[in-house]
Design a protein around this ligand. Structure first.
Ligand SMILES: Nc1ncnc2c1ncn2[C@@H]1O[C@H](COP(=O)(O)OP(=O)(O)O)[C@@H](O)[C@H]1O
Ligand SMILES: [Mg+2]
Length: 358
């Protein structure tokens, strides 16, 4: 039986002292119900002088605890329903209050963005890190979450390899790198420990990283997804509310076909595509400035037209981009004046425009 039905059944078992079923009392006493894993929060509306204030909360708690999935219950008793608007962010108006609403993680971010790609090695992590830094340099508060649990590369790229996050009051404190708050499974397990993640474990690991990390909140949360269209994509689409996804691709046909598949997968889980980025688009000769399209340029731009999504920009192949990643000092932390640096600035501006709906 799904969780909504279990809650409905639990509520309908509760009766008042006079035998009246709780759910038939008007005006409705059960105002809200929020479920997050094993935790449920129930909001009851009972006037200050209601005799039910004495026993009903404990009765509801006991009944809800009968639900197998639920370990912890919080009962909130209010004298009147909260004013509309006053708490609209935390408790959206509910049409069917007895049905639990699932809470999403990372609600303390203005924009939660998935950085995705169809295949590996196209530079998704490189783009995630450098885009995060560019946004930070533009004055935004940015966090970066490495959800590529199969091949976490952010610890190396952000210069935090081998470091373990501090734990305060049972919460992981993100590692700071060049002004960005980061967390990666790569900072929690030993590098040589082969971790084989399967479906349910993937969900659990991701949820733990989201729930047990003291994410500071801010303007942007950028999530570096593993390549492809698997378990992680599905889990994260259930765990957080995304502003949208950016798809990174190289201009070759093979990469583009996979990029289009990735874009289609996101639309299936109702995550908007904010735009496509073409990486390793061309090579600029550092001596003469001539641009060579190593992988045949503009492919991703054409794919964006086909998919009717914005094209955010093209990043050239640059030695310093690769070196910066390997050495843990990303290009955008180096204060260089280069074509790739300019590309990241353009992409960040375009992304902000897309988010502002301009
Ligand atoms: N624009 C670029 N110029 C030079 N090297 C790049 C560029 N983008 C990515 N790379 C390099 O390509 C490799 C793969 O990039 P990475 O970000 O790890 O890809 P993904 O996360 O998609 O697997 C890394 O060594 C990275 O430094
Ligand atoms: Mg990667």
């Amino acid at each position: 039986m799904d969780i909504e039905k279990q809650f409905e059944a639990a509520f309908s078992r509760i009766t008042l002292d006079n035998g009246q079923p709780l759910v038939s009392v008007k005006p409705e006493i059960i105002h809200g119900c929020v479920v997050n894993n094993d935790f449920a929060k129930i909001t009851l509306i009972l006037p200050e002088d209601s005799p039910l204030r004495g026993s009903l909360p404990a009765q509801v708690e006991a009944e809800i605890k009968q639900i197998e999935q639920i370990e912890r219950v919080a009962i909130e008793v209010l004298a009147a329903p909260p004013e509309k608007g006053e708490s609209s962010k935390t408790a959206p108006p509910q049409t069917t209050p007895r049905q639990p609403q699932r809470t999403a993680y990372l609600q303390n971010y203005e924009a939660v963005i998935a950085a995705a790609s169809g295949k590996g090695g196209v530079g998704k992590s490189t783009v995630s890190v450098n885009l995060a830094l560019t946004l930070y340099q533009k004055g935004y508060k940015v966090s970066l979450f490495d959800a590529d649990i199969y091949g976490p590369s952010l610890p190396i790229m952000t210069g935090r390899r081998g470091e373990k996050p501090a734990v305060i009051a049972n919460r992981l404190i993100p590692l700071e790198s060049f002004g960005i708050n980061t967390m990666s499974i790569g900072n929690l397990v030993e590098e040589n420990d082969a971790v084989i993640w399967r479906g349910p474990m993937v969900h659990q690991a991701l949820e733990q990283l989201l729930r047990d990390t003291k994410w500071p909140g801010g303007d942007f949360m950028i999530i570096d997804f593993p390549p492809g269209t698997g378990d992680v994509q599905l889990s994260l689409s259930q765990l957080c509310e995304f502003s949208g996804a950016i798809i990174v691709s190289t201009p070759q046909d093979v990469a583009l076909i996979d990029a289009i598949k990735a874009a289609q997968m996101f639309s299936k889980v109702e995550i908007d595509i904010l735009g496509i980025i073409e990486n390793m688009s061309f090579f600029t000769c550092p001596k003469c400035g001539e641009e060579t399209p190593i992988f045949s340029r503009h492919g991703a731009e054409e794919a964006s037209k086909k998919l009717e999504v914005p094209f955010l920009g093209a990043i050239p192949i640059e030695l310093q981009v690769r070196k910066g990643g390997d050495e843990g000092k990303p290009l955008m932390a180096s204060n260089l004046d280069s074509p790739a640096t300019a590309a990241f600035k353009t992409i960040a501006d375009n992304l902000v425009k897309v988010l502002e709906g301009a």
